[in-house]
Design a protein around this ligand. Structure first.
Ligand code: 5GP
Length: 116
């Protein structure tokens, strides 16, 4: 059996985290080292390592997660303005190889570029 990812350990309760949302398919936690005043991670329970590893069978799961991003952003009070980021690969800074979407809010981002 392959080793459990950090996020699988969190959802199994083996590592503590501030879980702000959970359903059958995904969950959301507060990032331990926030890059914005609101920094949440939306994570599928299925441990897909990277976005490129998702396949057609994950279509419903990925759609569900995008919908939940909106719900979680509303619940966090940042739905007027927030940014969603997925890091795919070490080269752009992915450090946890279990797919996750970053929700970043309550931070002033550049309005005309992807700059941080
Ligand atoms: P990545 O760089 O892979 O896109 O994002 C991984 C994120 O997970 C980082 O923002 C990092 O701060 C966060 N992270 C790493 N370890 C933990 C942890 O043990 N608990 C929580 N809540 N977040 C973590």
């Amino acid at each position: 059996m392959s080793e459990e990812t950090l996020f699988t350990k969190i959802i199994n309760g083996d590592i503590p985290a501030d879980i702000v949302y959970e359903d059958e398919h995904c969950f959301a936690i507060k990032d331990i080292a926030p890059k914005a005043p609101t920094h949440l991670l939306v994570i599928p329970k299925k441990p897909i390592p990277k976005l490129v590893d998702a396949s057609a069978e994950d279509k419903v799961l990925l759609g569900h997660m995008m919908l939940m991003v909106g719900e979680i952003a509303k619940k966090a009070g940042v739905d007027e303005a927030f940014r969603v980021i997925i890091n795919n690969g070490e080269g752009v800074g992915q450090t946890v190889f279990h797919l996750h979407l970053h929700i970043l809010g309550n931070k002033k981002f550049s309005e005309d570029s992807l700059g941080f």
